[in-house]
Design a protein around this ligand. Structure first.
Ligand code: ITT
Length: 198
């Protein structure tokens, strides 16, 4: 069985492959099968954007399709950057530039007000065009300087609740036990188990 994953983000793609389990024999991401497609993510919610990405790819290929729309919601910024997390510092900005901009915006915010959460919404469309959506959240806080080399995106400044280390300081197995993406996958895997009777 084949799965198409509607993502161009390599950090995300790696985690998706680690988290999805044994339901699919072949997992392809956009860089494998459609590297030039450009899906405009203009939705106001993670749900809208994940649906748009998965629908676009499903309608072209009619194969099981998964999309992940995710982002970081910072309490002191009323939930920003949220759905704009990828483009927060401009369209072609690096992760380092995004992190720098966020730390600058939060420079006068004390530790107790630096709460934040990562959100991940997964949309799966099966071979018959049925759509399923799950959401996972991971609470934590924003550190004062980037730490760690693992992961991607905002991982070097996100300290998950109950830890004294950033996501980028955790081993990928550990992040994959507690992350927003892990939680969304726990729910999705129950659904996949029912669909595919495993
Ligand atoms: P695709 O749409 O191609 O999947 P993208 O990077 O544009 O890739 P999103 O629109 O969902 O994906 O943006 C999510 C952004 O939120 C992503 O670029 C990261 O900066 C951030 N993000 C999401 N999950 C993250 C995680 O687990 N760790 C760190 N940053 C994360």
């Amino acid at each position: 069985r084949k799965l198409l994953v509607a993502t161009k983000n390599r950090g995300k793609a790696k985690e998706i492959k680690e988290l999805i389990g044994d339901f699919f024999d072949i997992i392809l991401t956009l860089s494998d099968f459609d590297e030039n497609i450009n899906i405009i993510e203009d939705g106001k919610t993670f749900e809208e954007n994940a649906l748009k990405k998965s629908k676009t790819i499903y309608s072209l290929y009619k194969l099981p399709t998964l999309a992940d729309d995710s982002g970081l919601e910072v309490d002191a910024l009323d939930g920003r950057p949220g759905v704009y997390s990828a483009r927060y510092a401009g369209d072609n900005a690096t992760d380092e530039e995004k992190i720098k901009k966020l730390l600058e915006e939060l420079k006068n915010i004390p530790e107790e007000k630096r709460g934040a959460q990562f959100v991940c919404v997964l949309t799966f469309i099966d071979e018959n065009g049925r759509m399923y959506q799950t959401r996972g959240v991971c609470r934590g806080k924003i550190g004062f300087a980037p730490k760690g080399l693992n992961g991607f995106g905002y991982d070097p400044i996100f300290i998950p609740e109950g830890y004294n280390a950033t996501f980028a300081e955790l081993e990928s197995d550990e992040k994959n036990r507690i992350s927003h993406r892990a939680r969304a996958f726990e729910k999705l895997k129950k659904i996949l188990g029912e669909i595919y009777n495993e």
